[in-house]
Ligand binder design. Structure first.
Ligand code: AMP
Length: 249
């Protein structure tokens, strides 16, 4: 079974984003970029399934700028077998990403597609679900455990107040949650080896997909600054303050 893992190049999760002066978006100049953390978890899970003998090949795919090659090389260094870069300088919205991934699915016929549950830059949490709808395949979102058995995959999902386990017919779409696994670091020899693994270069046009944006960003603003705290001398004073602020009755 082949596993397809879409990986997105995003602003590194340790970086504090700066909003552009004109409020049109986040300033990405000279900012460290990395693989979306949920996608690292997806790559790790795919590699573990290969190590268990469940999968035979892991293919990483990214849609984005030329530099997204680095993200794919990271996936290859972790253990993916080959990669596909669908190159564009345009911002690509989740629906366009899902359409491109559907086209890749048609070409590659994977048994499983493992995506992150959300990209930490746009926080959309849409692509996996849209891909499931476009491909007509079952979906298991927010996975904290994945077990493949025969032609089915059982996915344990993190839902409010507990865990739900669903059984899906393969091919299926799964999205990862934080507790699924702890991704490995790529070793230096594997980073070197990854340089010679195959990386195909494509464009959205190769798949006949229109990636024109459908949304207009009106404005992006920094989160409101947190107010400094105040010290109170007693519980009575605390209650009085809370009442004053309209927090307590
Ligand atoms: P989103 O719906 O944007 O929150 O993204 C959910 C998941 O879809 C991500 O964790 C990735 O696995 C995948 N994805 C989104 N955008 C891209 C992209 N440009 N290239 C590859 N995978 C993507």
């Amino acid at each position: 079974m082949k596993i397809l893992v879409p990986v997105k190049r995003v602003i590194d999760y340790n970086v504090k984003p700066r909003v552009k002066m004109d409020g049109t978006g986040v300033d990405l100049t000279n900012v460290k970029m990395s693989m979306n953390p949920f996608d690292e978890i997806a790559v790790e899970e795919a590699i573990r399934l290969k190590e268990k003998g469940v999968a035979t090949e892991v293919v990483a795919v990214s849609i984005g700028v030329q530099k997204a090659q680095d993200t794919l090389r990271t996936a290859l260094a972790m253990g993916a077998d080959r990669a596909i870069l669908i190159m564009t300088d345009q911002e690509v919205e989740p629906l366009a990403v899902a359409k491109l991934l559907k086209a890749v699915m048609d070409e590659e016929a994977p048994g499983l597609v493992i995506l992150g549950k959300q990209a930490i830059d746009d926080d959309s949490n849409q692509t996996g679900q849209m891909l499931a709808a476009l491909s007509g395949r079952p979906q298991g979102t927010f996975a904290s455990k994945i077990e493949v058995s025969g032609d089915r995959v059982s996915v344990t999902r993190e839902v409010d107040g507990g865990l739900e386990t669903v059984s899906l017919a393969l091919p299926a779409i799964v999205t990862t949650d934080l507790r699924l696994n702890e991704p490995r670091y790529a070793s230096l020899p594997n980073i070197m080896k990854a340089k010679s693994k195959p990386l195909a270069q494509k464009t959205p046009g190769d798949y006949g997909v229109d990636i024109a944006p459908r949304l207009t960003t009106l404005k992006v603003v920094e989160p409101a600054k947190r107010q400094a705290g105040i010290k109170v001398g007693s519980v009575d004073e605390l209650v009085a303050k809370l009442k004053e602020m309209g927090v307590a009755a």
